[in-house]
Design a protein around this ligand. Structure first.
Ligand SMILES: Nc1nc2c(ncn2[C@@H]2O[C@H](COP(=O)(O)OP(=O)(O)OP(=O)(O)O)[C@@H](O)[C@H]2O)c(=O)[nH]1
Ligand SMILES: [Zn+2]
Length: 318
């Protein structure tokens, strides 16, 4: 068998099962297979790859996945699912309608903290006045979360992607410029609207890729990388899987560290190994719904902490 030619570093821009699409520095794209388990790549990976030799088809081979700066993933009791590698931030897109799940939002934020990736929250559909006011109110603990410094811990951005699309496009671009941003959000929050606003023709691109990957079958790729600009400096990564956000890779005792409002108080607990569930002298419990305190922890945030602590402490069910 003749050897194919080794190509310069490539970027994985889509994945479907074991197949993926690799983009060369010149922008050309090709379907690739991993050579073995170790070369199994995810979207955002930089890879060393080989083009097929003449007469050996047109699919390339991934030889090596280069070291990752980070990997954003979720984990349930059985398996790990990767969203993407080497990303700069996670944009969590929720909306005034459908009503968002605070628990899902908290889970995504915890996963981002655990991977040390900056999250940004955007609340869409500000044109739906009353539902928006309610949702904005529910985001109060997130808008006001501080961790020592004056600057809020999380950016929270109001948007109306359909009603004031041009203004919001500009506002969003300020946050996205020069970065690779993973977009996550529940169904109906406006992810497709957002991607089509920033990447005209995204739909067509996805269609082509999924068609190539599945040789014509109408299934969508699981994760896709889109360039926003021609210079290929700003990217959006679209990925499903927000609904079942397992956090089994996080130990219960690491949970407080990944919830900044709770973590900020934990150092003042009487016991160094306080679980903040029942201990005397717990500084966290003292702040739950404390009306006139700057260290206020909302009742809903504390309930999410309790539930997650229990979930992450439980052994495997099988
Ligand atoms: N009123 C209002 N509707 C919006 C806004 N942005 C998006 N929508 C509508 O919300 C609906 C859902 O938007 P999509 O972009 O399809 O949502 P999605 O997150 O991609 O949903 P899935 O494909 O199910 O994951 C569509 O009917 C949009 O037109 C907005 O700012 N205001
Ligand atoms: Zn405590």
């Amino acid at each position: 068998m003749t050897q194919g030619s080794v190509r310069p570093e490539g970027l994985v821009v889509a994945s479907h099962g074991r197949h993926c699409v690799v983009e060369a520095p010149d922008g050309s794209r090709r379907i690739c297979h991993p050579r073995g388990k170790k070369s199994q790549a995810v979207v955002g990976d930089h890879v060393r790859w080989i083009m097929p030799a003449a007469g050996q088809g047109d699919e390339g081979t991934i030889e090596k996945v280069l070291p990752r700066r980070n990997l954003f993933y979720r984990q349930d009791e059985i398996r790990t699912k990767s969203f993407a590698a080497n990303i700069d931030q996670v944009l969590i897109l929720i909306a005034a309608d459908p009503v968002f799940s605070e628990s899902q939002l908290a889970r995504a934020l915890i996963a981002a903290e655990a991977s040390q990736i900056t999250p940004l929250i955007a609340l869409n559909k500000s044109d739906l006045v009353e539902p928006f006011a309610r949702a904005w109110e529910r985001l109060l603990p997130y808008r006001h979360m501080h961790h020592g410094s004056e600057k809020p811990h999380y950016g929270v951005l109001p948007l109306s992607l359909t009603e004031s699309s041009e203004t919001d496009r500009a506002a969003l671009l300020q946050h996205l410029q020069g970065k690779a941003t993973l977009v996550l959000g529940p169904s109906g929050s406006g992810k497709s609207t957002l991607i089509n606003l920033l990447v005209p023709g995204a739909r067509a691109q996805t269609g082509e890729i999924s068609q190539a990957l599945n040789s014509g079958k109408h299934t969508t790729t699981s994760t896709t990388w889109y360039w926003v600009d021609e210079e290929r400096q700003t990217a959006l990564i679209d990925s499903p899987g927000f609904q079942e956000f397992g956090l089994h890779h996080i130990g219960p005792m690491d949970l407080a560290r990944c919830m900044p409002d709770i973590g900020a108080r934990a150092a003042d607990c009487k016991f160094y190994n306080c679980t903040h569930l029942h201990e005397p002298g717990c500084a966290v419990m003292a702040e739950v719904d404390a009306e006139d305190s700057s260290h206020h922890i909302s009742a809903s945030r504390y309930r999410i902490y309790q539930d997650l602590f229990e979930e992450l402490s439980a052994g495997p069910r099988y």
